[in-house]
Design a protein around this ligand. Structure first.
Ligand code: GTP
Length: 371
């Protein structure tokens, strides 16, 4: 998707958009997967999660991205270098995590945009099909200080909500309640007028959601809402991470970075999937990973070298690098850290997590296969 504005130019030709990518969080909700790899670099539909965001941003006309790093900062440049997907990539590290606002202010040191230019800011854990060009267009037309992508969710009581006036201006940021006044929430993609970023205190811990945006509204600045209800997912929890990967594999969300065609499963180089296994619902099978005969694997993420032995049953789960599920074991909504082993006969239900290298010994086998 190369966007064209009213003049028929791409975004980059029209306004030279650069972006800040927030990737410094510790990803605690995704432990143990994030012990060795930051959340934005976890293998997702065959590539590091961020690859999908970078490819989409590039296709939308973004030309330059400043990574705001903190947790395991060195791993980002090692993964993407200084150029990827046609984007120039720059890395700015925080000595201590500065929160979302502090991170944006810190990364702004590396921006080349002029004071009036729009700067896109993306949370590094969001999968979104929304139109970045349309968000920038809304921002420019409304001459806003900041324009936020707002998405609509079925159950807003799980989120803080963002009400807007009839003209689209954001009127407040409301904390979670059982009875929210709108189903619109902050979707984690912002367009700032560059000079507004420069007003965020430097080298201080600041939250854009709790401090910067409410502060702008209180001082009478225009904070616009850009409502777009295309595909949207925050992959911060294990179940959402698995869903995001599967949605990319099946093509529910198109990604230029998907290493293959969309379909019911994606097998990476060296993967060994038995023709007598059932592998469905967007499962990704990592490099040199194995799924043996008679097993069923649905809606799951197998990192490189993971193994599902014959007759095992795995659903909505993540198997870390080299993790192994033995014959007759069952996993449903479980997370296995790198090298973890589930011995025969074990059943791991929703939310169970096995730390890297932990081995569950065999238990009474309730399910077996003769294959
Ligand atoms: P949890 O610990 O599981 O809540 O995940 P998280 O650490 O990623 O936090 P959260 O999901 O709230 O963060 C939203 C986005 O902001 C993610 O892309 C984070 O990487 C990023 N982020 C959060 N805090 C910081 C920070 O202090 N510095 C930087 N550079 N990025 C941050």
């Amino acid at each position: 998707m190369i966007c064209s504005g009213r003049s028929g130019q791409t975004l980059s030709e029209r306004c030279g958009v650069e972006a800040i990518l927030l990737v410094g969080g510790k990803g605690t909700r995704l432990r143990p997967l994030t012990i060795s790899t930051p959340k934005p670099l976890l293998p997702t539909a065959g590539v590091p999660f961020l690859a999908h965001q970078l490819a989409r941003a590039s296709a939308a006309g973004v030309t330059r991205i400043v990574f705001a790093t903190s947790y395991r900062s060195e791993m980002f440049e090692a993964a993407f270098g200084t150029e990827a997907y046609g984007l120039e990539l720059v890395y700015v590290d925080e000595r201590r995590p500065l929160g979302t606002g502090g991170a944006i202010r810190n990364a702004a040191q590396a921006l080349v945009s002029k004071p009036d230019d729009p700067v896109l800011v993306l949370n590094g854990d969001i999968l979104s099909g929304h139109s970045i060009p349309d968000q920038v267009q809304t921002h420019l037309e409304s001459e806003a200080a900041v324009t936020l992508h707002l998405t609509e969710v079925d159950d807003p009581s799980r989120f803080g909500v963002v009400p807007t006036a009839p003209d689209g201006r954001v009127t407040a940021f409301l904390e979670k309640t059982n009875n929210p006044m709108t189903n619109r929430i902050n979707a984690g993609s912002y367009v700032f007028r560059r000079e507004v970023i420069d007003t965020i205190p430097f080298n201080e811990v600041v939250s854009v959601e709790r401090e910067t945006f409410p502060g702008l509204i209180a001082s009478g600045e225009t904070v616009m809402g850009f409502v777009d209800a295309h595909y949207w997912l925050d992959v911060g929890t294990p179940s959402a991470f698995v869903r995001g990967s599967c949605d990319l594999v099946t093509g529910l969300l198109e990604s230029p970075a998907l290493p293959g065609k969309p379909g019911p499963m994606l097998a990476l180089e060296g993967a060994n999937v038995s023709p007598r296994a059932v592998v469905t619902a967007g499962t990704v099978v990592g490099c040199d990973a194995t799924i043996e005969a008679g097993s069923t694997v649905s809606g799951s993420v197998l990192f490189d070298e993971a193994v599902v032995a014959k007759g095992a049953w795995v659903r909505n789960s993540v198997l870390g690098r080299g993790a192994r599920v033995a014959s007759g074991a069952m996993l449903d909504g479980a997370i296995l850290g790198d090298g973890a082993v589930v011995g025969p006969g074990n059943e791991l239900g929703d939310g169970l997590r096995l730390w890297p290298g932990i081995e569950l010994p065999p238990t009474a086998v309730r399910f077996s296969s003769d294959v």
